[in-house]
Design a protein around this ligand. Sequence first.
Ligand SMILES: [Zn+2]
Length: 235
Amino acid sequence: MKAILCGLLLFAVGALGEARARQRAASKDERPGRSAERKRDSAQPQEKTAPTTARVLCTLGSTASPYNAYLDQRPTGDAMELSGKVNAALVAMCRPNCPTLALFRNSTAANLMLIVDGARTKILYKPEFFTSVYDNYGDGGILALLAHEVGHAIDTAAPPPWMKNGWTPELRADALAGCAFAKMNLGASALRAGLTTLSKYPSPAHPSWEMRLPALEAGYTQCGGDRMTFAKAGN
Ligand SMILES: [Zn+2]
């Protein structure tokens, strides 16, 4: 257990404290009576970590309003539990160089985002999006989306030796998602739900499904999954 926790780590408690502290800092600046000048001054240091400077590694869907990091919230227990499964499935792939990830819920985020903000790597999900995916595809859908994003993070920090150099970052993330499906030993219906969810919610940067499916299959079989089981679920 300890080994898993010190590897790839999706955490919430520390993240919650931090989000609250930042919310307190943000609301302080909005107290009535403060001059516009002082407001500008107090905003200066925050610009260093402003979302506009964050590097977006993957995004699904678009945002109507700009992502506001001050509104990051602790993920739900269900989301944490599912991210824990993905974590346990993939940690052996990147140990001892696993990235540290934080999972947040944020209504100003795109449907799902993976961003590097300074030294932090964050997975952000829009609550309505996860609710809708869960209602339509169940655990398998959420697991697939999280596995794709964690796959991006691992590929950036410590790609496994079997990863193909010719693949784009999106295909590499899919291959690691496929690996996670095998390691989690997903049943036929969850596997099908996972693949359907990935195909239904691509980002503009994602290649066509005809390219993605073979990468998912390669990761799946590479990590011990049965080719026939995958082929049935992917049809
Ligand atoms: Zn992606």
